[in-house]
Design a protein around this ligand. Sequence first.
Ligand code: NAP
Length: 327
Amino acid sequence: MKTNCVRITRFGGPEVLEPGQMDVAEPGQGEVLVRHTGIGVNFVDVYHRIGQLHGDGPVPPFVPGVQANGIVEAVGAGVDTVSPGDRVTHANVGLGSYVHHRLLPADRLIRIPDALDDDLVAASYLRGLTCHYLLKRLYVVKPGDVVLIHAAAGGVGQLMVQWAKRLGAVVIGTVGTDAKAEFVRGLGCDHPVVYTRENFVDRVKEITAGEGVPVVYDSVGADTFMGSLDCLRPMGIAINYGTASGQVAPFPLQRLHSKSLSVCRPTLRTWIASRSDLEKSSTEFFQLLADGALRIDIAAKLPLRDAAKAHEMLEGRTLSGAVLLAP
Ligand SMILES: NC(=O)c1ccc[n+]([C@@H]2O[C@H](COP(=O)([O-])OP(=O)(O)OC[C@H]3O[C@@H](n4cnc5c(N)ncnc54)[C@H](OP(=O)(O)O)[C@@H]3O)[C@@H](O)[C@H]2O)c1
C-alpha cells in the first residue's frame, strides 16, 4: 500500500522537508503495521535535517522522525504482544516516523495505558525516557542536590525540572527569555537564570555560595559546555546530552584534572536497548504522567505536511513546550 510521508532529499533548512508518498509492505515475521495518530517532533530531527551528526547520522534521501504513537492495524507471524486496535507508542526505532503508516518491530512497541491521552504521550514519550536515564541512572539525583539544567523551558527541560524537584533537588534552570523564566518558576524551578543576558557561571557560584553543583545537564552544547564545567564542584559530572547550539569543540582532557571532573556524552538509544530497560523506563514515566506529577505543554499540533513549520517553531527558541504532527 501507499502511505503519506515527509522526506528529506538534501540537508538544509526546514524547506527540505517535502511531503510525498511511499510504499509500505504487509507486516512480516515479528512486525506490526501501525497507523500513526501523533508524531513527536524532537530536536534530533533538526540535527538529522541539517546533517549535524555527520558520521553517525543518516544520509539523504530519508524519512526523518524518531518517535510516534498509533493504532495497530495488522500484525505479522509470531506477534502475540499486541493486537489490531491496540494503542501503541515507539521511540528510537531508527528513522522513519514522519509517515501515516509504519512497519515496526513488535518488540519495540509499548502499549499506551488507557489513562493517558494520545497527544500527551506523543509530546513527551521520548523526552520522558530521556529524563528517566539522566536523573535516575546516569547520575542518581539525591534529595538536596543542587542541579543545573540548561534549556529548562524546552520539551525535555520542563520535564527535567519537574522530575528533579520530585527527587528532592534544588533546581537552577537556564532559559532564553524572562517569559520562559516565569514559566519554569511555575514548574518548580528554584533559580531560573536568563543565560542570554546573565552570566550563568557567576549565577551558579552565587547560588551555591562558591561551591558549585554536582551535575550539569547540558543540552545546548557549543555555547554553554565550557561554562558548564566551570559550574561543577569537585568530582562533579557534566552531561552533554544535546547540541542545540552546535557540537562541543574538542578540549584538552587535562581541563578536568584539577577538580577530578567527569564528562559524558550519552544517547537514549543505549539506555533503552534492552526490552526490560525500555519497559521499566516506560512504566515509570507513564505512572508519573498518569498521576499528574509531570506535565508538558503542547505548543502546537500541525498536519504532517506542515513539518517544515514545526521545525521552524522548534528552532525559533520561542516555544515553551512540544510540537506535534498529526497524520
Ligand atoms: N542524548 C539524548 O539521549 C537525548 C534525548 C532526547 C533529547 N536530547 C536533547 O535534548 C534537547 C532538548 O530536546 P527537545 O526536543 O525537547 O528540544 P527543546 O528543548 O524544546 O528545544 C531546544 C531548546 O534549546 C535551547 N537553545 C539554546 N541554544 C539554542 C540554539 N542556538 N538554537 C536552538 N535552540 C537553542 C532553546 O531554549 P532557550 O531559548 O530557552 O535557550 C530551545 O528551546 C536537545 O538538545 C536534544 O538533542 C537528547
